[in-house]
Design a protein around this ligand. Structure first.
Ligand code: OGA
Ligand code: MN
Length: 210
């Protein structure tokens, strides 16, 4: 593990302890970010990304009013080297957060997501009635160029449902978002261009496989 990654993990732990959320430099270095971007594009070209469901193991439902992204879950032991490296970095962060915040996160789940132009994800929290295992949300953006007028920002709202905006985040490569899954309402605004991310959760359980 390189020193800067350790430093970012600790910074994230500090921010989660004080505020419950972090927006900043990614735990993936630029090279890994580029490999994940290439992988996401390749999967999209192959048609591997499919309309998202809510929760990994629930049956497909009509969710198109809530969200319009296409996703693909990573395997727990991926064949793809970039996916494996991403999981290694995420588990290192999980270890740091367990040590410093005592959250006891036991597993991680990650999916690639593509928002086609016009796609969105309306305001929601990341814990669901049928699944309270998600503790920490992680979002890694995979878009090299993101102009100011392109939309597609993640808007993170105050936990009290007042609608006050905590952060408005353009989905630029190198940026990472991390927050306590149960606390903060958030949404993805429609974008004028394709928007790729790798999104995941640290979970309290040993995640079941599908
Ligand atoms: C999600 C989500 C945010 C983003 O997938 O639950 O809120 O910026 N994603 O992609
Ligand atoms: Mn979400």
């Amino acid at each position: 593990m390189i020193a800067s990654a350790i430093h970012i993990n600790e910074q994230i732990a500090d921010r989660l302890a004080s505020d419950g959320w972090y927006v900043g430099e990614s735990i993936f270095d630029a090279a890994l970010g580029a490999r994940l971007r290439d992988r996401a594009h390749e999967l999209a070209r192959r048609g591997a990304l499919q309309p998202a469901r809510i929760g990994r193991s629930t049956a497909a439902q009509g969710q198109t009013d809530l969200r319009r992204d296409d996703t693909l879950w990573l395997a727990d032991a991926p064949e793809d080297a970039a996916e494996r490296d991403a999981l290694v970095a995420v588990h290192a962060l999980r270890t740091t957060l367990n040590t410093s915040l005592y959250i006891g996160a036991r597993s991680a789940e990650l999916h690639f997501a593509r928002y086609a132009p016009g796609a969105f994800y309306r305001t929601h929290r990341d814990r669901f009635r049928d699944d309270d295992a998600r503790m920490i949300t992680l979002v890694f953006y995979l878009n090299d160029d993101w102009s100011a007028g392109a939309g597609g920002e993640l808007v993170l709202y105050e936990r009290d449902d007042s609608g006050a905006v905590l952060a408005r985040v353009p989905p630029r490569a190198g940026t990472m978002v991390c927050f306590r899954s149960e606390l903060f309402p958030h949404e993805v605004l429609p974008a004028a261009q394709q928007r790729f991310s790798l999104t995941g959760w640290l979970r309290r359980d040993e995640r079941m496989t599908v």
